[in-house]
Design a binder for this molecule. Structure first.
Ligand SMILES: Nc1ncnc2c1ncn2[C@@H]1O[C@H](COP(=O)(O)OP(=O)(O)O)[C@@H](O)[C@H]1O
Length: 291
């Protein structure tokens, strides 16, 4: 079977590259359930409903884009619309950090410097998430924050068929303000953004307006800022994105899977245009009518 062939090939690649990092050793030492990589990666296949024909199964989509571009917002909305899980590795990492489990101290040092975690850790967190989802009968996925390096993309490509990769783009001068404006309600988990972007059209370049996404009154006093959303760390994450993640765009572009989407403004303006680009307008109408 093609899938198994791909799986074993990717395992070989992964093992050749993989080294027993200090973190990996500590994971094992602390008694984390160390899954075999075969098992971890097979979970991706099962996310495909056991059928590799995209027409007969739920979507296998990936969101790419700089930190703060809005991957989580749009991936979350599409996940509700299409009824497939939105799996964000950044959220998995933050859950691990807040669990104060054995990994959290080492992970927080790396995350708070804006650096990437090792593939071993990311695969471990992903496999736990996929396993829970499998138990809940989930199928398909919209990935956000993964893959983030060409190597992660190669491994993913080896184990499952990705149908489409949506590359969200936003003017660079807006990205930093948006990252610094991000807030989360510590109680309900809602994501908000306090930044107002209002750029006037100038010298032929269009203006841009993005309204803040303000929290409801009940959440106002409970807002928290991600510890890695400081100006210094955001700049480092952007640098790492350009170095490590931008080549992932080319990886998918060369395979004809990349859909570039330039965000024209805030959610109200961008969402219908994104649905149009994805050919999903009817889907949204039906969903609204049914609501
Ligand atoms: N696929 C991944 N590979 C390595 N590290 C990751 C990955 N996904 C998330 N992380 C870690 O979690 C942090 C937060 O991720 P995320 O919320 O996706 O950030 P961003 O807002 O920069 O897109 C990253 O800076 C990195 O340390």
């Amino acid at each position: 079977m093609a899938t198994l062939k791909h799986l074993s090939k990717s395992l070989k690649q992964f093992r050749n590259f993989s080294s027993a990092t200090a973190i990996n050793k500590s994971v094992i030492k602390e008694g984390y359930k160390q899954q075999s990589l075969d098992h971890n990666l097979q979970l991706f296949n099962r996310g495909g409903d056991g059928d590799s024909n995209p027409k007969d199964r739920n979507v296998h989509w990936v969101f790419l884009g700089c930190p703060g571009v809005g991957k989580g917002t749009y991936a979350g909305r599409l996940s509700n619309l299409l009824n497939v899980p939105h799996i964000a590795t950044g959220d998995l990492v933050r859950e691990e950090l807040s669990s104060s489990g054995p990994l959290s101290k080492q992970l927080s040092e790396i995350v708070n410097q804006g650096k990437l975690l090792s593939d071993d850790i990311i695969f471990l967190l992903l496999s736990k998430r996929l396993e829970t989802g499998e138990g809940n009968g989930e199928s398909g996925f919209i990935l956000d924050g993964f893959p983030r390096t060409v190597r992660q993309a190669e491994i993913l490509e080896g184990v499952t068929d990705i149908d489409m990769v949506i590359n969200l783009k936003l003017r660079e001068d807006v990205i930093l303000s948006k990252c610094l404006g991000r807030r989360k309600c510590s109680q309900c988990g809602g994501n908000y953004n306090l930044a107002t972007i209002d750029i006037k059209a100038e010298n032929g370049s269009p203006g841009m307006y993005m309204a803040p996404l303000l929290p409801p009154a009940g959440c106002e006093s409970k807002l928290i800022t991600r510890s890695d959303d400081t100006e210094e760390v955001v700049k480092e994450r952007l640098r790492i994105y350009n170095e490590m993640s931008q080549p992932v765009e080319e990886f998918y572009r060369s395979r004809g899977k990349l859909l570039e989407f330039q965000l024209p403004g805030g959610i109200l303006e961008s969402w219908p245009k994104l649905l149009h680009a994805l050919n999903l307008e009817d889907h949204d109408d039906k969903q609204s009518a049914a609501a």
